[in-house]
Design a protein around this ligand. Structure first.
Ligand code: PRX
Length: 568
């Protein structure tokens, strides 16, 4: 049955109770995402329906029905409980996109513990600051990532268990290490799901800001109410769909829509756990007969670069709906996708903090290429003045995006950082930190971020984190990190550094600094260019003026430099 109803119709009669009713939830009931994504689907008669079709390197394939997901997540839950892990303990999932990541996530939620997924390409420093902030009790990982975890054990006394899901018995285990084999672990009898309530914490996702360490965005089980309905209406998932969300569950799209949204609707999803290439992606769509594809602008631009010819070599006729999130989706990419796939990618906007899609284009509404679309029904959105925080009523005027708090998936706080959480609200608006304008028909047009955070290929990188890590390199005296334009990733990281006496500013050193950051933080955070400078522009109070360096990179007006110390 089609989900398509006009935007106006939905907007008119909207209430979140629509979602609650469909999920059979009433205020005060127990609500556990783990149960909703597996047990409930089985109880609805879909136990034998495929939930996950997984493909790894070399075409290796694994398939799981909803009953397999139910049983295996129970196994995860029972195993963790057996270790003494209780509700609200933070459990980190640090794995590639393997089935254990998706199923383990539900297992953690089923015992009421808090799932803390972290991108497996993170280096030991990125991992450490996030585990430290959450005082994580256990980390579930793979053999190939254990080395990074071992590096931080000594300084992480709270971390009691390192659980390896693919141990082959060859290398001896070290202190605090345990093995868990999902397939061979005995199915627990009478496994009881923890009776979480609407406001019980569920997921802790880390996101980067301009200043300070990354923030742990705390979500609750009630977020399901938003995630379920936005999946149904925006991603338009229907009973026989084969859904492919290309996002990694280390990031919010990979959990809200790569696990919770699709499985709470009982939809089959497929996962490709290999790197990106246009041919492997098209082959995957052809082989798996993907019908709904949720991806990101950087991937779409890379596909565009691969060209039109390669598209013709594959049968992509199964596709019926495409959506995109994470960074600006330029109108060229929208128009190109319509030309080569016969359907256009539809943009939507949200963030880790909002937990679910906020502004979107979707079936049932007119799409304007280059616009993020209109607020999801039930979401009150505006563009407000950056000083008064009053809504700007004039169409086309640029201001800050603002949302009235109160939708189910909104973050509840930043972990151990209530102060920063509070600072995100002004005049009863939640400010996500982005600038946009609204046109006459209520469509939102993205302009840019309102801070120095770098959005590279849809992933936020904090200049502060990279600058701090750079200072740990033996040759670096001072550094400033900004975004530089990039054709595919839109933005990449660029570092300006001054060197300590005795170091030569040459290519070898540039490589050494780049690698240092890649290993410590992640490949995303690695500067794509290092520019050696004699000094960095600073304010009179000694603060580095990133704004000036950024403006130079982007060929923009430099603006007010009256507070600069070294005004040229
Ligand atoms: O700046 C906006 C940008 O990505 C930020 C959120 O990043 P993150 O919390 O990592 O979540 C990404 C996936 C939900 C936003 O504050 N962003 C997200 N979607 C769009 C976007 N920028 C432009 N257009 C979008 N559609």
């Amino acid at each position: 049955m089609s989900n398509i109803v006009s935007y106006e119709e939905r907007e008119k009669n909207f209430d979140w109770s629509i979602s609650e009713k469909e999920l059979g939830y009433k205020d005060g009931d127990i609500i556990n995402i783990g149960w909703y994504c597996s047990d409930r689907i089985c109880e609805m008669g879909k136990a034998d329906k495929l939930a996950l079709i997984w493909e790894g390197l070399g075409g290796v394939e694994k398939k799981y029905t909803f009953d397999d997901i139910r049983i295996n997540s129970n196994k995860f839950g029972a195993f963790l409980r057996g270790l003494g892990i209780k509700n609200e303990d933070r459990i980190c999932l640090f794995m590639d996109k393997i089935p254990e990541l998706y199923i383990g996530f539900l297992g953690v939620l089923k015992i009421g513990a808090i799932a803390q997924p972290l991108f497996s390409a993170f280096g030991d420093e990125s991992l450490h600051v996030r585990l430290d902030n959450a005082e994580t009790t256990a980390i579930i990982t793979q053999r190939k990532h254990v080395g990074k975890v071992r590096k931080l054990l000594e300084k992480s006394p709270y971390l009691k268990y390192v659980i390896i899901v693919d141990h082959d018995g060859k290398k001896p285990l070290k202190e605090r290490e345990l093995t868990f084999d999902m397939e061979s672990y005995e199915e627990p009898k009478d496994f009881e799901i923890f009776p979480t309530k609407a406001e019980s914490a569920s997921v802790l996702h880390y996101t980067s800001g301009t200043t300070g360490q990354p923030k742990g965005v705390k979500h609750v089980h009630y977020s399901l109410i938003s995630q379920y309905l936005t999946t149904k209406w925006v991603l338009d998932l229907q009973e026989d769909d084969i859904y492919w969300c290309t996002a990694d569950p280390g990031w919010v799209t990979g959990t809200s829509y790569g696990i919770i949204g699709c499985w709470s609707l009982g939809i089959t999803q497929c996962v490709l756990d290999t790197g990106f290439s246009a041919t492997s992606w098209y082959e995957f769509i052809q082989k798996r007969k993907v019908t709904m594809w949720y991806s990101a602008p950087t991937a779409i631009r890379s596909l565009m670069k691969a060209g039109d010819e390669v598209v013709k070599q594959y049968d992509l006729s199964s596709l019926r709906h495409l959506a995109s999130v994470g960074e600006p989706l330029n109108s060229e990419a929208v128009i190109w996708s319509e030309k080569v796939y016969g359907i256009a990618f539809q943009d939507n906007y949200w963030q880790t903090e909002t937990g679910s899609i906020m502004i979107a284009n979707y079936p049932g509404m007119k799409v304007k290429p280059g616009s993020m679309g209109r607020p999801f029904p039930g979401i009150t959105a505006a563009v407000v003045d950056s000083k008064t925080f009053e809504p700007l009523s004039e169409p086309g005027k640029i201001g800050l995006i603002a949302f009235r708090p109160g939708w189910p998936a909104m973050m509840r706080t930043y972990w151990e950082n209530e102060e920063t959480y509070k600072s995100k609200f002004k005049n009863d608006w939640y400010l996500p930190g982005d600038r946009a304008s609204i046109d006459k028909e209520g469509y939102f047009w993205f302009v840019g971020r309102d801070d120095d955070v770098i959005n590279t290929g849809g992933h936020l990188v904090s200049p502060f984190e990279v600058e701090s890590a750079l200072l740990e390199h033996e040759a670096v005296a001072e550094s400033a990190v900004v975004a530089k334009p990039d054709e595919v990733n839109m933005e990449v990281v660029k570092a300006f550094v001054t060197l300590k006496a005795g170091y030569k500013p040459d290519d070898m050193l540039e490589l050494s600094i780049m690698n240092f950051i890649r290993k410590k933080l992640s490949p995303l955070a690695m500067p794509q260019e290092i520019e050696y400078v004699d000094s960095l522009p600073k304010t009179r109070s000694g603060k580095i003026m990133r704004r000036l360096l950024h403006a130079k990179e982007w060929g923009e007006e430099i603006g007010d430099t009256s507070t600069l110390e070294d005004d040229e």
